[in-house]
Write a protein that binds this ligand. Structure first.
Ligand code: SF4
Length: 497
């Protein structure tokens, strides 16, 4: 009997979700491009292009396999599904549960959901685990994952004698380094058609046209995985936090976009990583650092998203009210070399790695008091791998501490010294990371002290902030620093700093 199967744009895998049991020649596969979603925001062109082109390639592969595929452009996902039901005279549509509160709510009562297995951890299991914790330390969750999944374990002990190798994985950028070339993915007719359709549609778009950075097929995603394991895996760990002008990706795998739309599953990545590691020439700090990202952070962030619920995104613990700074959408609106580099990189490829996201962009948003919901919306719109479940906890909990510490025990803020140590941006910048007052004062350094002073009452009772608050107490020129902050904040809002 013919069945209707709905596939979300982030569930593009033949062996996971409802497609695993689907039968070519019998089942009809439905994709819906929601015009409301497309028109609702100013998206990065590459974000939309990547998702739509990947879906169209995937749909074509299903057709070749013998499936009847319906790709609908409809006002909303719900209206598209109702249209498909009417067309086939079939009332039941099945799908794996959506990965966002919004879509889950929209499709309730319209679709029969089955649990999604696109993550390694069932969300109800995470919620159960989280409910039993005193605090949501990622490290505790990660160790549970290592044991549960049996990854990098020697019996019940961690392989290599430690659960994490963070200390080894914080190297500053190397000098005179031989960077491997980037893997390039050729564009095909589908890619070109999707691009020209998007550019001629009535949409608000930002960012450069796609180059050869991103694949839009599963085979391209697998190539990217294999390239990472061959060229980057061994050196990934030690330099994973470093940022350099000369190389936008360094040794990062660039797999998150594919993982987050389902073209490749976390279990496949882990399996490949394990096999590669078993050859014996990959340092444990690189293997552990990578595995932590996939079975630790990624799963934890998804779990936290569901644990805290849909209202969590509205948190604004510090009552921040500054509109999004102009520099976030125009790199020419800042003289800060580190920020300008990130915005230019995002413009080119819709991607920068986790440290620029956290310690440059989120750090700046928090220190300058940008409204968390505006910064969250910007992150959702600009990154190629952004999904609601990724960005809500990462911005509200981690990046901006807007939940008051429900997720992280302290805010991730720093002055220019961290950026100076972990990058080579400061040389040649209009500002000096060591200066906190004066025309060449680094905005990060100045605003960092201003932020600590502003929230001194709250932070002085946080033992994890002990060292930072000690530094604040020793500051002799705090009144001048705070007066300077007013000028810097005004300049940031006006796009002059
Ligand atoms: Fe960024 Fe400050 Fe360094 Fe300039 S001096 S690159 S603003 S950290």
């Amino acid at each position: 009997m013919k069945r209707l199967i709905y596939i979300g744009f982030d569930q593009l895998h033949r062996d996971f979700g409802v497609l695993k049991e689907a039968k070519p020649g019998e089942d009809v596969i439905i994709f819906v491009e929601s015009q409301r979603v497309l028109k609702s925001r100013t998206w990065h062109l590459q974000r939309l292009w990547f998702m739509i082109s990947a879906v169209k390639h995937f749909a074509k592969e299903l057709e070749v396999e013998g499936f009847e595929v319906l790709y609908l452009k409809s006002e909303t996902t719900k209206s598209g599904i109702l249209e498909a039901k009417a067309k086939f005279g079939i009332d039941e549509v099945i799908a794996a549960e959506p990965h966002s509160f919004g879509l889950l709510e929209e499709l309730k009562g319209v679709i029969n959901f089955q649990p999604s297995n696109f993550f390694l951890t069932d969300k109800t299991e995470f919620i159960k685990w989280a409910g039993l914790q005193k605090n949501l330390l990622m490290e505790n969750f990660y160790r549970t994952q290592r044991k549960r999944l049996g990854i990098l374990m020697d019996g019940d002990k961690p392989a290599g004698g430690a659960w994490n190798f963070d200390k080894e994985n914080r190297l500053a950028p190397p000098k005179n380094y031989d960077y491997p070339p980037y893997l390039e993915h050729e564009r095909d007719l589908i890619d070109e058609e999707v691009l020209s359709e998007l550019k001629s549609a009535d949409l608000k778009l930002w960012g450069a046209d796609p180059d050869t950075t991103w694949a839009t097929t599963r085979s391209g995603a697998l190539e990217q995985l294999s390239y990472f394991l061959t060229k980057h895996f061994a050196t990934f760990g030690p330099y994973e936090d470093a940022m350099v002008k000369e190389n936008w990706a360094f040794h990062h795998s660039l797999l998150s976009p594919y993982l987050n739309i389902g073209l490749i599953h976390a279990s496949e990545v882990i399996e490949a990583v394990r096999n590669r590691y078993q050859k014996g020439d990959i340092p444990i700090e690189s293997c552990e650092g990578f595995i932590r990202q996939v079975i630790g952070w990624r799963e934890y962030i998804n779990g936290v998203y569901w644990f805290f619920g849909d209202e969590y995104r509205k948190n604004n613990h510090f009552n921040l009210d500054r509109p999004l700074l102009p520099l976030f959408t125009d790199a020419s609106k800042t003289k800060m070399a580190c920020v300008s580099q990130q915005i230019s990189d995002i413009h080119e490829r819709a991607w920068v790695h986790h440290i620029p996201r956290l310690m440059v962009l989120s750090n700046l948003a928090l220190l300058s008091g940008v409204k968390p919901n505006e910064f969250l919306a910007w992150m959702r719109e600009m990154f190629i791998d952004a999904a609601d479940w990724v960005m809500v906890p990462n911005v509200i909990g981690m990046g901006m501490h807007s939940d008051g510490g429900k997720m992280m025990t302290k805010p991730y803020v720093s002055g220019g010294s961290y950026i100076s140590k972990m990058s080579n941006y400061c040389k040649g910048c209009a500002y000096n990371p060591k200066e906190r007052i004066g025309e060449t004062a680094c905005p990060f350094t100045n605003l960092y002290w201003n932020f600590l002073a502003e929230h001194e009452d709250e932070f002085k009772s946080n033992h994890r902030m002990f060292q930072q608050m000690g530094g604040l107490r020793r500051l002799k020129d705090l009144p001048e620093v705070r007066a300077e902050s007013k000028r810097i904040l005004k300049g940031l809002s006006e796009g002059q700093i």
